[in-house]
Design a protein around this ligand. Sequence first.
Ligand code: ADP
Length: 261
Amino acid sequence: YADEFMKVNSFTETALISEACKKMLERMQLLDSSRQEFVSNVSHELKTPLTSMKVLADSLNGQEDVPVELYKEFMQDIGEEIDRENKIINDLLSLVKMDKSASDMNIETMNINELLELIMKRLRPIAKKADVELVLESFRPVSAEVDEVKLSLALSNLIENAIKYNNPEGWVHVSLNADYQNFYVKVEDNGIGIPPDSQAHIFERFYRVDKSHSREIGGTGLGLAITRNAVIMHRGAIKVHSIEGEGTTFIVRIPLNYIEG
Ligand code: ADP
């Protein structure tokens, strides 16, 4: 039976290897198509402000004796499109930085309470302008090994979104807590909420629930992709719970001690 056994065994092995190759090929094709999709999304997003600027500039160039008021208005619109282009490029650069390997982490022991207070201080003027109340509650002192720049960006994005996708007289509650292994940052708002079928997609690059609304309030669709990458680089996790029309809660969990490798 030994010969028979060897035959069966090598058949099984061949089948297993060809199955593994097939899976690898499928994975490579998937990666390639997601890269192509990313490049085409980037080009589209970068072209939109350029197209607007071209239209505005052409309509001024084509006219003789343009009234000063119209000229000023169009120049202001062009300035806004330039700001938007800048924001997209900055977000893309942050995302590319986050895509690099873990060796790129600049880990330091930080006081997370102070880090959050600093983020809140920076965002307070934006909240005031939007007429949204911003509250921070720290349940305990937390010291953790984190990359300050990446974590600040991740948390700022969440808090900024909670302010942006809110209503006048709305609120944003940020809280910090910890157990023996992790610290937790909860960002809760009573804003517009996220429809159930969108919740699975919001961490994808360039995904926006309402493109026109998001564009109006200055969204690029990259913020949550940046946040998620930063959280993963800290070996943490992020969860969302949202009810349309009632509000959204994001919870970030990060280990207190950075896990190498
Ligand atoms: P954007 O730059 O458009 O804000 P993000 O990646 O930060 O992009 O978020 C993706 C989308 O998720 C947003 O366009 C918005 O539709 C939705 N979203 C994110 N945070 C919230 C929130 N707190 N409340 C409601 N919708 C949100």
